[in-house]
Design a protein around this ligand. Sequence first.
Ligand code: FMN
Length: 176
Amino acid sequence: MDRFCAIAPEELENVFRLVGKDWMLITARGKNENGDDVINTMTASWGGMGVLWSKPVAFCFIRPQRYTHTLTEQSERFSLSFFSEEYRGALRLCGTKSGREIDKFAATGLTPATVEGTPYVKEARLVLICRKLYADTLKAASFLDHTLLENYKDGDFHTVYVAEIEKALLLSTSAD
Ligand SMILES: Cc1cc2nc3c(=O)[nH]c(=O)nc-3n(C[C@H](O)[C@H](O)[C@H](O)COP(=O)(O)O)c2cc1C
């Protein structure tokens, strides 16, 4: 973690690019079905950042069938990690395979690490450590634009997590 320096959330880059174009890895830890401590990560490109309840927050949307959902539900914190273009292939894999089936860290060469117990991905160029504040499941009846229900043909409505950005950690260029 000494390769990173803390920045203020206000210094973050364009969020539309970070989340929507670069994509992010949501990383969480919890127990597997054998009771072992595990860390898993998944790619996400829906979400955002802003201000809520006078706090800097990130929000992300995780479908209930994701292994990451199981782990995020168990933890008070998770992280969002952002990468340079060279990791696009790794992010594709983390967005198409489940941690229930494979060890994504072994498969991609990415390295799990923790800061004060919260897991993140060491190769990231930007890491947000997030503390869950609010979680809820999207509801069909709450959609005002019904065409969006196309996204939920299997009824797998996302859980929305709103989380306080406790730390924003940028890879320090002088560390290379
Ligand atoms: C570019 C991209 C963006 C994605 N965004 C999301 C997202 O925002 N929310 C979500 O639930 N799944 C999203 N996914 C799908 C998950 O990453 C994918 O289902 C993954 O295999 C889940 O892994 P897990 O079961 O190990 O958690 C995305 C996949 C890709 C490739």
